[in-house]
Design a protein around this ligand. Sequence first.
Ligand SMILES: [Mg+2]
Length: 254
Amino acid sequence: MKWTLASDVDGTLTGDRASLDRLASRLEQKRVVGELYLIVSTGRRLEQVLQGIVDEGLPKPDAVIGQVGTEIYRPPFDNETRPMVAWHDRLLAGYSREEAVSFLDGIDGLVMQPEMYNTKLKTSCYLDRCADPKAAAMLIGHRVAPHANRYQVVWSSGRDLDILPAASGKGKAIRFLVEQQGLDPVQVVVAGDTGNDASMFEEFDKGVVVANAKPELIAMAHTLADGRVYFAQKPHAAGVEEGLEHYGVLDGGS
Ligand SMILES: [Mg+2]
């Protein structure tokens, strides 16, 4: 039986190095015998994931979904690896960066994220300097709502707001990859800690919310049917490990 783990990085895998080292070693044991396909699904760029494998002990993945589901990468990985063209072209069809930026007009305190997080397919800002970040996020949401066939707003960590193609996001990117690789969607487990992970939980029936998760993800996860989400007692990588034991991906659970 082959499982797929699609895990967020920051706050989910990272945050407790000793636990991550233990989890990474258990995941690698499964990978080498072909029992696990590991997807890292993150807001990071590819090179930041690759650096994290070296510096932070991140596990070696079979695929990387970067920039909040707007880019998909397959091995061999290096800093020259290009995102999957089929996914890129599909998303580009309905997305105008100029229009996406226009939804952010005139909001006091809004700060655009650095250039490297703003791409042809991702328009990203910080709202934590706004007087009321949540209200600012809702206002942007209202502006985008009439264009929901082409754009979506992802609000995360009380700080990060992304305007992405409607067809993108972590959940849909994982779905695309699962179909493309011929993986069984029933055997997919997702893991996350903040709002930009919510789409993974909407898309798949087995999720792990780590104990340190932000309220926005916990609230969303509680709206899903019973049994679809495992709320780990432990934080960070230890929580992911606990969830994988719960689903029987790793031995040792109940
Ligand atoms: Mg995170």
